[in-house]
Design a protein around this ligand. Structure first.
Ligand code: G3I
Length: 321
């Protein structure tokens, strides 16, 4: 897929979110990854809860192992993520914020974490989600009041961005969000947050638009809506990564395949859209709990048990292959 995309745009990256376990332990998965993608995003290994289980303690081994594989195969790495409400270790979530003295100490602890992590990975990441999912989980437009917000206030993305820049001025910074893939209030809020962050001295290069399509009836992304979106961010002087595309097969394999191909082809056509990443590789590792509480295998990915799916074939055709 990477080689096909490069025939249209040499610098365009086609990536996947990956986990170390199957990369080193499952030949099918490793072949699918190495044979198709030019960029990797560690799915979980660079989240704060995995990098720093206790304050001042760092566990970089898993992330470093993924980075070493990427480097040996000539793949770029996108880092995911510094400030993410859902993926913080307990010590970080529970930093005290009651008094000014407490907030100052907590600010120092957060910035110490950030600087240690960004310095550790310096020079090995092409890009990084400095803030992930800043907005309401219920698809609203208010900011989640996580520890960064409680310590630094609503302008925390600028604090994060400036501190990342100080530790690694070269890594391209993104704010990554779901539900902002098509024009609407949530997209307005994301665009405004990025522009405000940069107006406050931040260094945000662009938006990560996740493009999770869990319900094709309500969340389908049309070529037209995505094109208008990309033009909007481009006109504002920003770049876009399609950062986490995965598509349900709940409305059939054809609809799934078509949606995958539309998102990738539309991204590839726009100079604003610098890369496309799919969230996961093979259905073998896609498990979820349904409403009734049962564990089910998902069928969201480009591969299923070592074989390409119709979605893979559609993506390949969309790239002219
Ligand atoms: O590895 C631990 C294991 O040691 C422990 O016993 C087990 C018990 O809870 O948890 C395991 O960690 C889980 C991890 O996935 C690895 O399997 C976490 O609990 C679980 O919360 C985590 O879920 C991840 C989720 O983000 C939350 O961080 C998913 O794998 C990951 O695909 C998902 O990805 C997110 C992006 O980061 C942001 N955008 C949405 C996207 C999809 O939800």
């Amino acid at each position: 897929l990477q080689a096909l995309a490069a025939r249209t745009r040499q610098d365009f990256l086609v990536g996947a979110a990956v986990a170390l376990g199957p990369l080193t332990g499952d030949e099918d998965y490793a072949r699918e990854v190495v044979g198709n993608f030019g960029a990797l995003t560690p799915e979980n290994a660079m989240k704060p809860q995995f990098l720093s289980p206790q304050q001042g303690v760092y566990t970089f081994e898993e992330a470093d192992a993924i980075l070493a594989i990427a480097q040996s195969k000539g793949m770029a790495v996108h880092g995911h993520t510094i400030a993410f409400t859902e993926a913080m270790p307990r010590w970080m979530q529970q930093l005290p914020t009651g008094s000014k003295t407490e907030r100052d100490a907590s600010a120092a602890a957060l910035l110490d974490y950030l600087t240690t992590v960004v310095t550790h990975f310096k020079g090995r990441l092409a890009s990084l989600d400095v803030v992930n999912e800043p907005f309401d989980v219920n698809q609203g437009t208010s900011m989640q009041q996580n520890i960064w917000y409680r310590v630094f206030g609503p302008g925390y993305p600028a604090v994060v961005s400036k501190a990342v820049y100080a530790a690694d001025p070269r890594v391209l910074q993104y704010i990554n969000e779901n539900g902002a893939d098509v024009p609407g209030q949530r997209q307005d809020a994301l665009l405004k947050l990025i522009l405000d962050t940069n107006a406050q001295g931040g260094h945000i290069h662009g938006a990560g638009l996740q493009a999770h399509v869990y319900n094709l009836k309500t969340d389908a992304i049309s070529a037209d809506a995505l094109t208008r979106t990309l033009n909007r961010f481009g006109d504002a002087g920003l770049h876009v990564r399609i950062s986490e595309n995965d598509v349900t097969d709940g409305q059939g394999k054809d609809a799934q395949a078509k949606q995958y191909a539309t998102v990738l082809a539309t991204c590839l056509r726009s100079p604003t859209c610098v890369s496309y990443t799919t969230w996961g590789v093979d259905d073998r590792y896609d498990w979820w709990i349904d409403d009734g509480g049962s564990l089910r295998q998902g069928h969201d990915h480009l591969f299923n048990n070592g074989q390409p799916t119709p979605a893979y074939d559609a993506v390949k055709r969309a790239l002219g292959g």
